[in-house]
Design a protein around this ligand. Structure first.
Ligand SMILES: [Zn+2]
Length: 313
């Protein structure tokens, strides 16, 4: 609640009094609804990437999601997790949870990993994704395949093909634009909050993002396979840092994007009444004083010409 309330205040100054009032009331009444999606869950092979000393992605993502939830709830938001414990939830069900909750935004939390021993030693950093059928590069494509359940197992139902489903959902243009904005905020806040290496904002066809109807991003909060970064990801203190950054990003998004939309809606609704309230009855009374018009046009149309000033003549 507090998110939208104070965010709206800044934007509302330029609005007419009625619209301002209405938008403010709506902002104050509407708690921000956030759905957090801790990646993976359950038994192998659905437990995600593995790091050193038994650290598993599903546990890190859940811990960070739970901490983020606490922080956001303390600030007045309504938060739903797609899983509360070590459950194996399908990608389609995760998206369904978000849609059913009427979420304002969806944030999927994951850890990255490299395959080869050489890559595991050197590759680290944070990257945030939003949905696109065109992956940023081969690496993004591979990662999406991995997070989608591997090239062999694509568990999404409904659409004839995953790509078709994704393309259908891209019709939700606004949500996609907002997803890009959300991804930038998430990436910036996590980098600022953790001092991790930034691998940037990227695009890829993640199935879990394709089914949601609101701004949605997937953040890879670090490489569980990297010796140092992997160790950090297992520490509660670092998890809290990441969670704090994610909560700040959500707040920032509510301020910058959602509240602006609320105000824009108020603006488009407000002017409708005054415009309709000024019909032009006096012009109709004056109109018959144009007998000459009858020479050129049939009498039936004369009234029509009056109604649209600047007509045929
Ligand atoms: Zn993952």
């Amino acid at each position: 609640m507090r998110f939208l309330a104070f965010a709206a205040c800044a934007c509302l100054l330029a609005l007419p009094a009625g619209a301002e009032q209405a938008a403010l009331v709506r902002a104050e009444q509407a708690a921000l609804v956030v759905v957090l999606d801790p990646g993976h869950g359950g038994k192998f092979p659905h437990d995600g990437a593995h790091g050193r000393s038994g650290l598993v992605e599903k546990d890190v993502s859940l811990a960070v999601a739970q901490k983020t939830k606490e922080l956001l709830e303390a600030a007045g938001a309504t938060v739903v997790l797609t899983r509360e414990s070590d459950d194996d939830v399908s990608l389609a069900d995760r998206a369904r949870v978000a849609n059913d909750a009427g979420a304002d935004l969806f944030l999927s939390i994951h850890c990255n990993s490299m395959e080869s021993r050489e890559d595991r030693k050197v590759t680290r950093g944070v990257e945030t994704y939003f949905l696109s059928p065109d992956p940023t590069d081969a690496e993004a494509k591979l990662l999406a395949e991995l997070e989608n359940g591997g090239p062999d197992s694509v568990p999404l139902p409904k659409a004839a093909s995953p790509v078709e489903g994704i393309l259908n959902d891209l019709a939700l243009g606004q949500a996609r634009n907002d997803s890009a904005a959300l991804a930038r905020l998430v990436q910036n806040h996590v980098i600022r909050g953790t001092w991790a290496t930034s691998r940037g904002v990227r695009q890829a066809p993640f199935l879990v993002l394709s089914g949601t109807r609101m701004p949605s991003v997937l953040v890879e909060i670090g490489f569980i396979s990297h010796p140092q970064e992997g160790r950090l990801l297992g520490k509660e203190k670092y998890q809290l840092k990441v969670a704090t950054a994610l909560a700040s990003a959500v707040r920032d998004f509510a301020d910058k994007v959602l509240s602006r939309r609320l105000v824009a809606q108020a603006r488009t609704q407000e002017p409708a009444a005054p415009l309709e309230a000024k019909p032009a009855p006096p012009a109709v009374v004056e109109a018959p004083a144009a007998p000459a018009a009858a020479v050129e046009t049939p009498p039936v149309q004369a009234a029509g010409i009056v109604a649209s000033p600047g007509g045929t003549r």
